[in-house]
Design a binder for this molecule. Structure first.
Ligand SMILES: Cc1cc2nc3c(=O)[nH]c(=O)nc-3n(C[C@H](O)[C@H](O)[C@H](O)COP(=O)(O)OP(=O)(O)OC[C@H]3O[C@@H](n4cnc5c(N)ncnc54)[C@H](O)[C@@H]3O)c2cc1C
Length: 583
């Protein structure tokens, strides 16, 4: 199936980016037949691409054109390493290449969004939209025997995104091993981590159609089901937005459309009668704003771009996660596709050392904020703004009763390897994404400043130590032959979480977890927000952002479930009127 080109170049809503954010908006806004909607997507349709749609083909898209293959800026805290940073480039966005993990967030993390000045953005406010997005497939009896569990109240059977377990899950045979090991270590079995409580050992579902093992990407979920019945919804494929074009009135800047390029040298304006909605993702949305003259005036003028709207926080305060792998050799040949994870809190990781570590973190918050600001483009934010959000994050992590997971330990088994990718879910380090050329077709500079702050290394080191403990705990211990990565020669058994040998190894091997957020954060203006609680860009009359870039803080879940939900909430606000109403 293909999305068609369209002769018209004027629509009520022009949406840039066909990922989960953009396609939820397209679907909901075009539900009114009198409202015309255009989606501009740089990539192609991958509806029939076997390397995308087949669940068993995961990763076969590597080397194809369905993704943006960025290289990060040199990471100055890790020997200037440059990392691969990926993003989907197709109708469906990054959901056409992602790992299909469906995991939402911890309640208190979403509640914290409200503390940043976003009225109504709390767990209870987002919950109906988590349900609305989901079309849950109840696991088969065989999948239940293999470990799949769920709480009925946490799921909806009728929504758009198919969520369930594939037939590859049936072939795995490790569920009880990981579960019993996690329980022996004191982690409770969590029947369903999608209900806002994530801690413990859990079995997660995936965004896939369980009947036929087909990936449920955003296009398959929100666009193709309505594509033929909505002549008012148009998708421009292989079309790249270059900048927003403006009209001016006295108080606010007004978008009149988007300048795009499609065929070589073919440049046109797609006009927006009501709104422009930017959904190009955490990496490209801030870049688009900057190419449109919205951002830090000093940065823009250095590139010869006139400032239409000074908004220095655009692109600032990027938060991403570092991904690391521990691996053990095993005599068994493991099969299937396990989906098991243990979510651990700071208390789980640091035990009796938690109070002193928490004291250390709180005592250093101002220093953390100063370090972050010193690494950002000058004047993008203030000490108070950064300190406020770091303190909220510290409270989430270090309260003695906190249930917020700070690390994800993902149990994978394949062939003769027991692999355990893991990551610090909530690093304190912050970076930025800014354009470095006046050419909108050039990618921006992406700099997460990984391991800017020592506390981030401690969390990863403590998680690695916990994984080692798991491999010496039955029943897992009886299946592991030797530690292959990092090996006890590289990091000796006695090394604690503050040991420099952990830090050295972690910094040498980590990759980006590809979960960038907060580059156009939803926060009050006083706290350096780029958008308000309706997704509206401050100072504009009719530009909204609806994608992962508005998430003001990192979450412990994987991002797509929350991007779908936040887009559903913003769309609902627009359709209901009130503050979310468009002009
Ligand atoms: C390798 C990888 C694995 C992941 N695994 C998981 C997982 O297992 N589970 C999970 O929940 N999340 C996962 N994620 C993250 C998740 O998929 C993304 O966070 C989510 O898709 C972000 O949605 P978005 O709408 O913000 O942007 P995107 O999904 O990135 O969509 C943005 C779209 O905008 C288009 N675009 C960009 N610039 C322009 C332009 N100038 N003009 C026109 N179009 C443009 C892009 O081509 C893209 O299609 C993973 C991410 C990666 C990279």
């Amino acid at each position: 199936m293909r999305a068609e080109r369209c002769a018209s170049t004027s629509f009520d809503y022009v949406i840039v980016g066909g990922g989960p954010g953009g396609l939820v908006m397209a679907n909901r806004l075009s539900s009114n037949p009198n409202t015309s909607v255009a989606v501009i997507e740089a990539g192609d349709s991958v509806f029939d691409d076997p390397n995308v749609k087949g669940v068993g083909a995961y990763g076969l898209w590597v080397g194809s054109s369905v993704y943006w293959n960025y290289t990060s800026a040199p990471q100055k805290y890790t020997s200037n390493r440059q990392l691969d940073i990926l993003g989907g480039r197709a109708l469906g966005g990054t959901t056409v290449i992602n790992g299909m993990t469906y995991l939402r967030a911890e309640k208190e993390q979403i509640n914290a969004w409200e503390k940043l000045g976003n009225e109504g953005w709390n767990w209870d406010g987002l919950w109906p939209y988590y349900l609305k997005e989901e079309g849950f497939h109840i696991p088969t009896d065989e999948q239940v025997r293999q470990g799949a569990t769920f709480e009925t109240e946490a799921h909806n059977l009728d929504g758009h995104v198919a969520v369930g377990w594939s037939s590859y899950f049936n072939q795995q045979n490790v569920s009880t091993i990981f579960r019993e090991t996690s329980e022996a270590l004191g982690f409770p079995f969590n029947k369903d981590a999608n209900d806002g409580r994530m801690r413990g050992y859990t079995v997660w579902p995936q965004t896939l159609n369980a009947t036929d093992d087909i990936r449920a990407d955003a296009a398959r979920s929100y666009y193709y089901p309505v594509a033929h019945s909505r002549p008012n919804l148009h998708v421009f494929l292989n079309t790249t937005a270059m900048r927003v074009k403006w009209d001016y009135n006295k108080d606010e800047v007004v978008a009149r459309g988007v300048e795009v390029t499609s065929l070589p040298n073919r440049i046109e304006i797609i006009e927006a009668k009501r709104e422009v909605i930017l959904s190009a993702g955490s990496i490209r949305t801030p870049a688009l704003l900057e190419h449109s003259g919205v951002g830090n005036p000093a940065l823009l003028s250095a590139l010869g771009i006139n400032t239409t709207l000074p908004l220095p926080s655009v692109g600032a305060r990027l938060a991403d996660q570092p991904n690391i792998l521990v691996a053990y050799s095993t005599p068994t040949n493991w099969t299937g596709y396990p989906t098991f994870v243990t979510y651990v809190t700071a208390s789980d990781l640091f035990g009796s050392e938690l109070p002193s570590l928490a004291d250390e973190v709180y005592a250093n918050i101002s220093t953390y904020a100063s370090t972050i600001i010193a690494d950002l483009t000058p004047n993008s934010t203030t000490l108070k703004m950064v300190e406020t959000s770091l303190r909220i994050q510290a409270d989430l992590m270090f309260d003695k009763d906190s249930t917020v997971p700070v690390a994800e330990i993902l149990w994978a088994s394949t062939g003769n390897v027991l692999a355990v990718p893991f990551w610090n879910l909530l690093p304190f380090s912050r970076g930025e994404i800014h354009i470095s050329s006046a050419d909108p077709l050039q990618p921006p500079a992406i700099n997460a400043n990984f391991f800017q702050l020592k506390i981030d290394t401690y969390v990863n080191a403590a998680a690695a130590i916990l994984i080692r403990k798991a491999f010496s705990t039955p029943p897992l211990s009886s299946h592991a032959t030797a530690e292959a990565i990092p090996s006890f020669a590289t990091v000796p058994a006695e090394a604690g979480f503050r040991d420099e040998r952990w830090a050295e190894w972690i910094k040498a091997v980590y990759t980006s977890n590809n979960h960038p957020v907060a580059t156009c954060g939803m926060r009050s203006r006083e706290l350096g927000g780029v958008v308000d609680s309706n997704g509206k860009v401050f100072g504009t009359k009719n530009v909204r952002i609806v994608d992962a870039s508005v998430m003001p803080m990192q979450i412990s879940g994987h991002l797509s479930a929350t991007v779908y939900a936040l887009a559903e909430k913003i769309a609902d606000g627009m359709l209901r009127g009130g503050n979310g109403t468009t002009i």
